[in-house]
Design a protein around this ligand. Sequence first.
Ligand code: 3H9
Length: 697
Amino acid sequence: MSEAIGYELIGDIAVLSAQNPPVNALGLDVRQGLVDGMARAENDGAKAVLIYGEGRTYFAGADIREFGKPPTGPFLPDVCTRIEASPLIVVSALHGTALGGGLEIALGSHYRVAVPSARVGLPEVLIGVMPGAGGTQRLPRLIGVDASVDIITSGRQVGAKEALELGILDRVEDGAPRDIGLAYARELIDSGAPRRAISEMAAPQAVDFDALYDVVLKKSRGMIAPAKAVRGVQACCELPFDQGMIRERELFMELMASDQRQGMIHAFFSERAVGKLPELKGVEPRDLNAIGVIGGGTMGAGIATSALLSGLSVVMLEMSPEAAEAAKGRIEGNLGGALKRGKLSQAQFEDLTTKALTLSTDYSALGDVDLVIEAVFEDMDVKKTVFTQLDAVCKPGAVLASNTSYLDINEIAASTNRPSDVIGLHFFSPAHVMKLLEIVVADKTAPDVVATGFALGNRMKKTSVRAGVCDGFIGNRILSTYRTCADHMILDGASPYQIDKALTDFGFAMGPFAVADLAGLDIGWAVRKRKRAEGLDPRARDSSYADKLCEDGNFGQKTGKGYYVYEAGKRAGVSNPDVMPLIEAERAEQGLTSREFADDEIVRRYMAAMVNEAAKVVGEGIARRPLDVDVTLLYGYGFPRYRGGPLKWADMVGLPELLADIKKWAEEDDYFWQPAPLLEQLVAEGRTFDDLNKESA
Ligand code: 3H9
């Protein structure tokens, strides 16, 4: 018998216990162990079989590391069928997360009991596939079409209480899974309960599946797996069980072969890998109980909110009592949202806003905090003044962090006598909502300060990515390049609206011009002014039509007008009729001739600019691995998850093709389209970005 499944005979009950940490994934050994265990139980004359998981969970699903490799039997659908077909009574006792193939094993069992904290679900669509071991055939027979389609197409986890109400579970009981499972099995044997195979139950009535397919496809914004899964449920209603299983397998295998599956599984493993840095192995973070936030605007208030929600106490420093009160109002507004959604009780809300939050206008109030984050105006002199004062008042060992989006952390650190305590913590607005945190490591930042940054990110439930110092770090540096590419296409004939549409069709949450309106056009304006003041390279193409929008006071959503015009309270706008005349005037002034752009060319150029800059960011060591770039773009810049991130996407479309495009476009503009040395090297060596990820693992 495989070691991944333990076997024990307790009286007339055979106990199969999964022993495949950390999450009892259903790899080959586990599947083989289950098949062998069932045969052994039958040979041993048992009357019932109990299946449960040792450690933190029942089976959390198929072993996703096996996906994409040649499959080896016994296959999971056959394992479920084997369990269900047994003449013995099979009970599964669930704890932790019974997900995907895990729930499918439980559905192959005849009875299901769970502890109250257990959660069940079929999250396959979240990794680009669909249930492939009977989930779409058994679940609807048990709980009907509507509830099954909801669970399968959303991939959400269902708590034990709801699962009991829906009929997925037969009972919920406190206790160790093994104990409650054994007691249930005993009771079933003693009461002469029958075997109960879901596959033998009647299928539910069919609904209008074509309409349902269309609804789910539209809701999934480019992701194909949820809609395919609807076809699986349709097969349950329209075909006998065995044929339904065959249809489910076909659909599952189609998704398995898709780029979307590759992209989403890459995202799954990358978001877990970003926090694992060899340099932090064995490095203990510093203590974190109280933090200070300097500046209570939208960003500072968001950071403070996130800190309060993660159990830290916060000292908010502002310039005046009025500004401090306004900051408190913003924080209360943010926390009010959590209160409304039931994430906070009224008592917790009161505690956070009165006891855990302190307002001050005096730097000495920061004397005892463990970490300070400044979120003041983006100006080097202002930042240096703040850090000089922090250096004077903060206790030894306090971490001094800047939330700057692009300024040089080395220069900021040099304004203190403790540069090893200085780090960049770049949050994304609104900071209590956005999941991304860039942890910017300067030349002298101490390893335990970096570890403290990651510890803070974990505590705030952020996805933290390590970045090096450069203008814009990982995310904003790459953004600046692909945004410039979009500006060039505008000068050459595309419109902001065509570009936004082409990119949302590609899968971005928003196009670059809608994003600019959301962020505020004044931000880009300030950057352009700074860069012009620093001196643009004479070969760089520049444009000023967007400055004209700003000069007229149009800063995007916050003023109701930018590239789009917004009705009060609405987030989506309509094209601003003033924009195209400004663009046309600019083209005329520069003597440019407009040409047509196909949507496909817009996407190729935009993506090539993004990938090329990302390759420079990796090549220069600003991002340690390609996957760090992918996670940054996925979590902070609306990149479609099902495409895995820009560098995973690049691997899938082919690096030689991308490089060839870049070289072709360099014939018209060899300043902007300078191929990244790393991209050229990978193409020359026939390797991919993912090869670099693997080498660094
Ligand atoms: C499926 O079942 C298809 C079938 O329908 C049909 C097949 C024919 N495989 O997330 P954590 C690793 S599709 C391999 O940090 P948590 C994970 O990488 C599958 N490895 O812990 C990490 O490794 P490391 C359907 C897996 O407590 C470690 O376990 N199931 C798998 O925050 C701990 O994970 C899913 O999609 C796996 N399936 O969350 C469930 N799962 O330590 C996916 C985890 O080396 N998993 N690992 O970095 C999850 O949602 C979460 O991991 C879970 C635990 C909620 C289980």
